[in-house]
Design a protein around this ligand. Structure first.
Ligand SMILES: [Zn+2]
Length: 132
């Protein structure tokens, strides 16, 4: 399958990822209690960079399981954005083949092609949320 992303497709997927990232942060913000929110907003004001992981680390440190799932997703988005910056976005981590635009449109954070993701989940992830 030779369908590497062109610049416009990459730009659209990046916008999709950034939108989702912002939505998640809003949700995370509404899930925090007041004290945590205050601390969150203070640090959020200091660290606007999408690649700055200190926010996600803070949430994890505060051990808020309610927001854990959302934080995990923001981390996936973060690494997808970093892959875009490195120019390796859309390439399978395992086999190096193109992940494919259809799959990326459905799962913009995908870091493996469908074939490798299936193989990975069979061997590594038992009972976890599927990213297929
Ligand atoms: Zn692969």
């Amino acid at each position: 399958m030779n369908d590497e992303l062109n610049d416009e497709q990459t730009r659209q997927l990046r916008a999709l990822l950034e939108d989702r990232f912002n939505t998640l942060w809003n949700e995370i913000g509404s899930e925090l209690d007041e004290a945590a929110k205050e601390r969150f907003l203070q640090i959020a004001g200091e660290a606007q960079d999408l690649e700055d992981r200190s926010l996600a680390d803070l949430i994890t440190d505060l051990n808020m399981t309610l927001v854990d799932k959302h934080v995990q997703e923001t981390r996936d988005i973060n690494s997808a954005l970093i892959r875009i910056d490195k120019g390796i976005y859309g390439t399978c981590d395992d086999c190096g083949e193109s992940i494919g635009l259809d799959r990326l449109n459905a799962y913009p954070t995908a870091s493996r092609c469908l074939h490798c993701q299936e193989a990975y989940e069979k061997t590594h992830i038992e009972g976890m949320h599927s990213n297929l």
